[in-house]
Design a protein. Sequence first.
Length: 99
Amino acid sequence: MATERFSISMSAEVRDRIREHAAAAGLDVSTFLTIAAQAQMDQQDRVRRIFKPFEEARAEAEEQAGTGTWAGDEVEPTREERAEVEAILGRSSRNEAAE
């Protein structure tokens, strides 16, 4: 796979922290940032995948606005989907806390 170079701007403090963390992980800065960016994109993709049915239901409901019917009332995330979103956001789900 061909690689491509591009530059980013950041404060010196953030740059130094990235360098420290990359070195601690035994990685060069480019590899460290690439891994971090890929992890963030994967996380966002998982959240989008979970919420896709809700977004589609909302869009359909907006189309039906004024007709007296609403799409998506039956759409509810599964327990696993809620737990995954909560894990991504870094907190336990309300259902887990209640149990």
